[in-house]
Design a protein around this ligand. Sequence first.
Ligand SMILES: NC(=O)c1ccc[n+]([C@@H]2O[C@H](COP(=O)([O-])OP(=O)(O)OC[C@H]3O[C@@H](n4cnc5c(N)ncnc54)[C@H](OP(=O)(O)O)[C@@H]3O)[C@@H](O)[C@H]2O)c1
Length: 307
Amino acid sequence: MKILLTGASGLVGSAFAEAAKRRGHHLVGVVGQAAFTIPGLAEKRALDLTVTEGVTALALEVFPDAIVNCAAVAEPAACDADPARAQVLNVELPALLGKLAHHLSARLIHISTEQVFSGDRPPYAVGDEPRPVNLYGRQKLESERRVHEAAPDFAATVRAPLLTGNSLGGSRSLHERLLADWAAVRAPRLYRDEIRQPCTAGNLAEVLLELCERQDLRGIFHWAGAETLSRVDLARRIRAHFKLSPEQAPITEINRADDPAAARRPADLTLDLKPLAGVLKTPIETFDAQLDQLILPPPVRTWYFSL
Ligand SMILES: NC(=O)c1ccc[n+]([C@@H]2O[C@H](COP(=O)([O-])OP(=O)(O)OC[C@H]3O[C@@H](n4cnc5c(N)ncnc54)[C@H](OP(=O)(O)O)[C@@H]3O)[C@@H](O)[C@H]2O)c1
């Protein structure tokens, strides 16, 4: 299958490129600023995805069987910092890809987030009412609507959870950020009562790939890991996995009630994974299985081996 992949340099996109190559697909991957090599791509294209004409020209040139959209402003703080740019990448780009997918009769796989939910009434099923509490969640929710309006016969959207895994730059994912804090002698402030259900970017990539191949699955779906954990528990398990002591890897534990910023962070984003969990071959990962895949990121190796 010929696949046009946006966000090929990102946490999910790079994992998707590797997974798709293993299954023999031909991948044309779009990157923005990233200069590094991306294993798995047959072709790498540098393109500013905020420019409609460039995106349209590339899609018409490649004429893909599937478009997988992993490009985004993927963090709430980054959306707040530049809402206009985030609107283009998180809403207008998926809408455009929806129109192009419809025009090309191509499968479109889009990624949304569990942050479309408010977090006060878990677990969340696919049909539950979304009520985002931050701009990122509102933009991703709008992207879902626009994608499925434009390409109802071709699109599948996965609402993904907090992601673990190894990023190409070594600084994007959960354990990479924690280790960077500890290497800089910072104690990350983490909630005891904010609950997430992580999976690896690689596991999500397998799901996206199965969806490319399963044209019968259309609409919005949920995917996540097998366990729900607090932010504090996640950090403790990562700390233990890397055999770090609480002195080497300190955590400042906080409660949502004590932090005004918690109002714009959903409390508990436990997802109900039906119906996808019953119909895909991709296994749902335990957190131990996720930990086993984590490597020591290059930016913190000198610090780690000096301990
Ligand atoms: N990470 C998570 O925990 C998480 C959780 C739930 C859902 N998601 C969703 O999963 C998807 C992938 O997220 P991610 O974590 O993989 O994101 P990421 O690591 O931040 O990667 C974002 C990608 O978008 C590209 N990009 C951004 N602006 C661009 C532009 N103007 N032109 C071209 N490319 C541009 C980046 O390219 P360059 O770096 O080359 O510029 C990069 O490849 C997103 O839809 C996100 O909302 C992520």
